[in-house]
Ligand binder design. Sequence first.
Ligand SMILES: NC(=O)C1=CN([C@@H]2O[C@H](COP(=O)(O)OP(=O)(O)OC[C@H]3O[C@@H](n4cnc5c(N)ncnc54)[C@H](O)[C@@H]3O)[C@@H](O)[C@H]2O)C=CC1
Ligand SMILES: O=C(O)C(=O)Cc1ccc(O)cc1
Length: 366
Amino acid sequence: MEKVFIIGLGLIGGSISRAIKKEHPSVQLVGYDIKNDQVQMAKKLGIIDQSAESIKEGAESADVIIISTPVEQTLNVLTFLGELSLKEGVIITDVGSTKKKIVDHASFSLPKTVTFIGGHPMAGSHKSGVAAAKTHLFENAFYILTPGSNERPEKIEQLKKLLKGTKAQFIVMTPEEHDSITGVISHFPHLIAASLVHQAEKKEEMFPIIKRLAAGGFRDITRIASSNPVMWRDIIVHNHDVLIELFDEWIQEMKQIKQFIEKLDKEQLYTYFEKAKTYRDGLPEREKGAIPSFYDLYVDVPDYPGVISEITGYLAKEEISITNIRILETREEIFGVLRISFQSDEDRMKAKQCIDRYTNYETYIL
Ligand SMILES: NC(=O)C1=CN([C@@H]2O[C@H](COP(=O)(O)OP(=O)(O)OC[C@H]3O[C@@H](n4cnc5c(N)ncnc54)[C@H](O)[C@@H]3O)[C@@H](O)[C@H]2O)C=CC1
Ligand SMILES: O=C(O)C(=O)Cc1ccc(O)cc1
């Protein structure tokens, strides 16, 4: 029986563990976390089959090791793994949001007999902790793999097979490509989101009503600023070279817009917004690749009989048609997840507003 050892039982480690279990029920999932409450919760929720007392105990008998700690900790874990007697043929992977530092560190701390394949499932949330772990967290998301240039293709295939239950779309690239891309679309926007929040907070001294008025669009564009500060501090530090370059480019961009505004150059301002709108409108709503396109809405619902008819009742009242509805997971005393599919994004958004209006259940789009 294949033994998979998960180090770091949080949102991502827990979600991967769930996805592996669903696809490969016979795999033995062993977990370790420095926080005992996370280990106990993971056991209680059936996310792992058993816990290890130490990294050494779990790692030396594992066929696959998944490191799902914050990226700075991942470096320490790799150093430690390099000092152990690991099984021949073991595959080690991680889930960190940065790749260059981690892949470089793995290549000098691990013996050549070990396969290291960097990994980054590109989905998540601002929540952390194992209690928020979900089997379908990575469904339809991209899952980037950054293997070393000497790794054998069959090892990459073995890892993809193990992670099949994530239903993610795998893409292989270099760690440098990964960090440049995620710098632009994830890390830098995170800094901007946090800076906008700080700006609003400073203005609150003058206009105490700001907080109440900021509940709409401002909340949407700053959602990621509610993420775990330790995790993001580490990500920014890891990818600092890329980010410094992006800062220079962005400051130039801001200077240019500032000039348009100072000169009251309506034409340039219009073109600026118009070009941004065209590019943004052309972004795939959810890139699916080979996976068929559905407009899914997820609803965290309490697990009681009749909850489906309650929800469909609200939707029927507002004449919103659905194409499919399914409970994805139910556990005793814990919320289940309803996945409702719609024909269009418009219907999905109407449904989200409708459910938000009638209930307190959390609705979200992955
Ligand atoms: N949260 C997100 O949306 C996403 C996060 N990631 C990456 O996934 C990794 C984990 O993030 P989350 O699961 O969100 O964080 P989390 O905070 O939910 O879980 C991390 C877990 O690692 C444990 N941990 C820390 N140091 C440890 C160590 N030395 N040994 C064992 N356990 C240790 C913590 O106690 C915690 O339970 C990070 O590297 C992050 O960059 C990747 C994609 C999305
Ligand atoms: O909350 C969100 O929308 C995110 O952007 C989640 C996320 C956080 C970190 C990653 O490396 C990938 C995805």
